[in-house]
Design a protein around this ligand. Structure first.
Ligand SMILES: Nc1nc2c(ncn2[C@@H]2O[C@H](COP(=O)(O)OP(=O)(O)OP(=O)(O)O)[C@@H](O)[C@H]2O)c(=O)[nH]1
Ligand SMILES: [Mg+2]
Length: 310
């Protein structure tokens, strides 16, 4: 993207339009309820009156094509506004995890689900590289992941290289803006290529063949996919919560909420050392996936540690 030049997709014609943004867009007076208000820190919300707005990937805009250069006149309020990746109006997130290389991590899965729940985004879980593990390992993983299916999550298994399991996924994109997310190297771009072979996205493949520099996705762009749009994103190596108080964490655990009515201290229970905790009981009797509760305890520690830093 050249500065102040944006590629739009006209929602009526589906055609691409190259447009510039009107200067005035850049400074907008905001009231407190504006969707353009971002809570950057816990306190600054009220301080922000005028901020700089530029169109970003995912924005719905009005444009005027009467001039020589089409002009973006207005940005519609955003349903949501992610920073990493930098995309607006996201409907769902395709969370990609590889069965191996890098190793599957329940810790990362739980962390992602918390963040999704916080952002009110729908997660669709995809496990890639199932061809690289033996049947026994895969079945153990599937058994454990069934816990998440029982919780109501959508979950798919794919081998993107041989396009196995890909067809079962195509229906999820209709009329939605989907973002791909996952650690670097889990196979996001490869999955996207399997879904949309005509895209021909670069993947880390090149590196293996030529033995030099890996091709990691570096920019954020929307692609038309099976009736909707998808954003390939650069993977990350680390993610952090924006949760500052340990008491807040449990509200992002949908599997805890119903059970917690049976806790002795009901909604006051932190599910840690309290007597008569139904969550801890479910963990001890193995009704709850062990990693689910163990990760919860370690996230509590993480939040406490982060609090001490400030
Ligand atoms: N065997 C096998 N290899 C896969 C599969 N999916 C991806 N790979 C390989 O894994 C490597 C990384 O894939 P990419 O698609 O580039 O990963 P990415 O998630 O886009 O990585 P970043 O752009 O760095 O975030 C490549 O060598 C792929 O060929 C799969 O289902 N099976
Ligand atoms: Mg990639």
């Amino acid at each position: 993207m050249i500065s102040n030049q944006y590629t739009l997709i006209d929602l009526e014609t589906k055609e691409e339009v190259v447009a510039a943004a009107r200067g005035k867009l850049r400074f907008m007076k905001l009231d407190e309820k504006s969707s353009f208000n971002k809570i950057v820190t816990m306190k600054s919300k009220k301080d922000i009156k005028t901020i700089q707005i530029s169109p970003k990937v995912g924005d719905y805009v009005y444009y005027d094509d009467a001039e020589d250069i089409p002009m973006i006149m207005e940005i519609m309020p955003r349903e949501n506004d992610l920073e990493r990746p930098d995309v607006a109006n996201v409907d769902q997130v395709l969370l990609v995890f590889s069965a191996i290389k890098p190793d599957f991590s329940f810790n990362l899965l739980d962390k992602f689900l918390i963040i999704m729940s916080q952002e009110r985004l729908k997660p669709v879980i995809v496990i890639s590289k199932i061809d690289l593990v033996d049947d026994k390992t895969l079945n153990i993983l599937k058994d454990q992941l069934q816990y998440y299916v029982n919780m109501g999550h959508e979950l798919y298994y794919v081998n993107s290289k041989q396009r196995i399991g890909i067809d079962t996924l195509t229906h999820v994109f209709q009329d939605k803006i989907t973002v791909l997310a996952g650690q670097t190297g889990v196979g996001k771009s490869t999955l996207l290529n399997a879904l949309m072979p005509e895209l021909g996205l670069k993947t880390q493949e090149i590196s293996e063949a030529l033995g030099r520099g890996k091709h990691t996705t570096r920019h954020t762009e929307l692609y038309y996919i099976h009736g909707g749009y998808i954003v390939d994103t650069p993977g990350f190596s680390k993610i952090e919560f924006h949760i500052f108080r340990p008491e807040e964490l449990k509200q992002y655990y949908q599997d805890f909420s119903e059970l917690s009515e049976q806790c002795k201290f009901k909604s006051n229970c932190m599910h840690l050392l309290e007597p008569g905790c139904a969550i801890k009981h479910a963990y001890e009797t193995k009704e709850m996936l062990a990693s689910r509760y163990e990760n919860y305890m370690s996230f509590i520690e993480e939040i406490k540690a982060q609090k001490e830093k400030y």
